[in-house]
Design a protein around this ligand. Structure first.
Ligand code: NAD
Length: 263
């Protein structure tokens, strides 16, 4: 399917690895100008080289810690300098620290607030004026199935992803008349470093191997396997497409049927 994105500029945050990286690859394969960012220069260089070799594009990469508003502003400026506009913003971030309420300190709450919610607010604020001027734009936030069904021991994700969902729905109503859509993609269990780390932690808690922990996760999913990051990316690409012009303010879970709710 042609998504009608050729020549558009897509900025994908937290995109040197995992889901963000797959999303960047999706936009590269569509012939977009691609900008990636994360904290570690060497990872960005490696991802950027892979994208360049595979898709014959010249991605822009920026070192950006999403918990620092100055890094967010610098990244925004660098993308505008290079490509002139940001047509598609994909707000991804690292997963917040795990823990039950009892294990979490105020500093954990503050960090996750900045990481999960404020990075989305800050980037959205920066990109919207130009999207409004261009009368076109897409903002897609990567959240989690925790917005539909809280996940055990992920108190911070369960709390702040819901904030992103409320923010996205409210903002989508404010900007819809400018042909800007704002949606969320909520991944289920997706095979990335993050899931591997969660499996290692679960394995430790339960006295099993991390392979068993991953197999137990897969067993809970009607499709009976974990997701590949590309399966999340393809839904992001669809929401960015011209075909998705009438879809706004929603969350699509991509979870192999894991979520129990029918909504
Ligand atoms: P990952 O750990 O594989 O990749 C995370 C990326 O974020 C990396 O590129 C890392 O460098 C970057 N990053 C981390 N902290 C950052 C920061 N402060 N500033 C800038 N970049 C930063 O994770 P993933 O599995 O791809 O997950 C992406 C998002 O999706 C996370 O928020 C995660 O919680 C969420 N999610 C993942 C799953 C899953 O099963 N993998 C399920 C639901 C939700």
């Amino acid at each position: 399917m042609q998504f009608g994105l050729k020549g558009k500029t897509a900025l994908i945050t937290a995109s040197s690895k995992g889901i963000g990286r797959s999303v960047a690859e999706g936009f590269a394969s569509e012939g977009c100008n691609v900008a990636i960012c994360s904290r570690t220069r060497s990872d960005l260089l490696a991802t950027s080289k892979e994208l360049k070799d595979k898709y014959n594009i010249d991605p822009l990469w920026c070192v950006c810690d999403l918990n620092k508003s100055s890094d967010i502003e610098n990244t925004f400026k660098a993308v505008i300098n290079e490509f002139g506009s940001i047509d598609v913003l994909v707000n991804n971030c690292g997963g917040p620290v795990t823990g039950y309420f009892n294990n979490l300190e105020e500093e954990d709450w503050n960090y996750a607030f900045e990481q999960v919610l404020m990075s989305v607010v800050r980037f959205s604020k920066l990109v919207l004026p130009k999207m409004i001027k261009n009368e076109w734009g897409r903002i897609i936030n990567i959240t989690s199935i925790s917005v539909k069904q809280p996940v055990d021991k992920l108190m911070l994700s369960n709390s702040f992803r819901a904030g992103v969902t409320g923010f996205a729905k409210s903002l989508s109503n404010e900007v819809a008349r400018h042909k800007i859509t704002i949606n969320n993609v909520a991944p289920g269990f997706t095979l990335t470093n993050r899931l591997y780390e969660l499996a290692v932690e679960q394995a430790k808690d339960k006295g099993i191997s991390h392979e068993e922990a991953l197999a137990n996760m897969a067993k809970q999913i009607p499709i009976n396997r974990l997701s590949a990051p590309e399966e999340i990316a393809s839904v992001v690409l669809f929401l960015a497409s011209k075909q998705a012009s009438y879809v706004t303010g929603i969350t699509i879970q991509v979870d192999g049927g894991y979520t129990k709710s029918q909504y």
